[in-house]
Write a protein that binds this ligand. Sequence first.
Ligand code: FE2
Length: 276
Amino acid sequence: MTKIRGVKFFAPISIIIIYLACTNIQTGQTTQRFYDNINGNLRTYGDLTITTPTSFSFSAMGDTHIGSSGGALMARALQMSKNDGDSFAVIAGDDSNTGIESELLTFLSQISDSGLTAFPAIGNHDIFFGGWANYKRIIGRSIYSLNAGNTHFIFLDTANGAFGEDQLHWLTDDLNRNTLPNKVVIMHFPIYIGEFSSLYKISSDEEATIFKNIMHKFGVNLVISGHYHGYGEKFIGGTRYIVTGACNNILDIGNRSGYVKVTVSGTDLSIRQIEL
Ligand SMILES: [Fe+2]
């Protein structure tokens, strides 16, 4: 009887302890990266001049997983994007497969070889083995914003599946300072995957709700995420949330490899899926 009761109570308590420990680690890592971004002297990405500021296009690629045998599509995708007249690319995290130095260097060299400017976001895979130390030394900031044409781009760090309070304050301040009509956010973990909520999304419902309110308040046009290896989209509160994590051969069921082309025409942002 005692044994049964012991087993009965031991399992839930240990699960709670593990959960709390993981949450603390996640929060701690997210906070550490935030302060390294704000206080550190990390490589950052500046504004991009667009010849026709109200009419241009860019590509959005996700989960390029450089270093994995299934992650060999980015070079071709960048070439296709460049040939199609896109001004630049954004990469929505899991740039590398495990975050080791050689993968991150290959990621950068493939971008450089393509001749197309590309702006990366950080994903959970980018801190697997190399940790944040490799990423910040080789890639640079994981939280930054820049202007391209009539559009303000914000790259957020959700590598631990969380924003953290500091980053959400930074996001609000950044949007308050912005004067451009179009706003786009790029981050690895999605809020939605199409119509579905799933384990792939930002872990805290409270953070997700605050984030959605910020998107609504500032009229953010588009949120681009990855993590899920496929495509999904949903409109909510005037913001379009898309997931484009299919720039690889390791797909979630029912998806095809590809990326997304975003065309800016004044204040209209249209989306087209490009198959690889
Ligand atoms: Fe991924």
